[in-house]
Design a protein around this ligand. Sequence first.
Ligand SMILES: Cc1ncc(COP(=O)(O)O)c(C=O)c1O
Length: 377
Amino acid sequence: MQVSRRSFFRRIGAGAVATAAIPALDSFALARGLAFTRAKQPGGPILLDRNENAYGPSPKVIAAIRDAAGSFNRYPRSTEEMEERLAHLHGVQRDQVVLTCGSGEVLRMAAEAFLGPGKKLVEPVPTFEALGKHAKNAGAEVVEVPLTKTYAHDLPAMLRNADAATGLVYICNPNNPTGSLTPREEIEDFLRKVPAGTHALIDEAYHHYVGASSSYASFLDRPVSDPRVIVARTFSKIYGLAGLRVGYAVAAPEVARKLAEERLPVGVNILGMQAASVVLDDTEHVRETAERSRNDRQEFMNQANDRMLRAIDSHANFVLLESGRRVDEVLEFFKKNSIILGRRIPSMEKYVRVSLGTPDEMSEFWRVWDMFLPHKM
Ligand SMILES: Cc1ncc(COP(=O)(O)O)c(C=O)c1O
C-alpha cells in the first residue's frame, strides 16, 4: 500500500468490498447474542487503542464457551491437549510448544529464562514495549536500536550491539507500532551471525494480517534449523480472543522446557483453551477477518491520503499516522470525543497509532479528526 493519491474508482472499490462482498458479520453476531464481543461497549468510547479484532471472534466460540461453563469450578488440568493440537498445526513435536496466558507471557518467560543482571537485550525502537520492561525487571541492560528509514529492524546495527552478554534479541514482525515488515532474508542472515549464546525471540502477533509479500514468511510456516529461535504467537488478534488470554511459544525442546519453567503454574484458563481450540478450526473466519482488515487498511490509507496525511505502510491491524501535533494533544482531543487511541511513542512524538475499527467506528474517527485538524481540500 502506498500513501499516493488513489483514484476515486479504486476507493469506491475498496469500500464496496468492505461492505458488500464480505458477509455482514455485525448482524450475524448480533443475531447470536454476540454484541459483547465488539470492542465498543454500548455507550462506551470507541476503542482504537490496543489492536484488538474489532469484529469479534468466530461465532462458534460462544457455543464452545457455553459447553465449558459447567467446569469452572475446576482448575485447568493440563495444557497438553492444546499444545498437541498446535504442534500438529505447525508440524513440530508437542514438547516444542508452550501454551501461555497471552503471548505477553512468552515475552516475560523469555526475559526470565535468558536475561538477568550482566545480560543484555537488543531490540528495535520503537517496538512493543513489554519485553524491554521485563528485561529491566530481570536486571538486564536494554539496548534499543532505531528502526531504519523504511521502518524495518536495523539488523546490521542490532548485530553490532550484540555480544557474548546478549541473552536475547527481539524481532517483532510485523512490528508494533509501525506495522512494518523486516525482510525475511535479512532476518535469516542476522540469525546466522548473532553470537552463539544469544536467543532470538520472533514475535508474530500480527502474522495473519500480512498479505502476500515476497519479503515475509513466518518462522513457523518456514522454520530455520536454529535451536535458538523462539516464535511467539497469540490468539488475541486475528482470532479475536484478547480477553481470554491465550498465546504460545514454539521453540526447540530444550528451549521450550526452559521457557515452561517460568510459566505461571496454572495460568491458562479453561475458557481460553476451549475457545482457542474452536477458533483454530474456523479457518474461514480467519480468512474473512484478514480480508476485512486489508480493506479497512486500504480505506484508512485512502482517507489519510485525501487529507494529505503521512501514514506508515502497515501490514497489521493498525496504522501509525503522523499528526503533525504533539500526540498528547491528539489523544486528549479524541478522548474528549469518546475515542481512545494508542499510547504515546516516545521516539515518534508526532505520530499516533490507530487500531483499525469497524467501518462505522472509522467514519467516526475521521469525523473527529476533521474537527481536530480541519480537512483542507
Ligand atoms: C507485538 C505484540 N506482541 C505481543 C502482544 C501481547 O499480546 P497478548 O498477550 O494479548 O497475546 C502484543 C499485544 O498487543 C503485541 O502487540
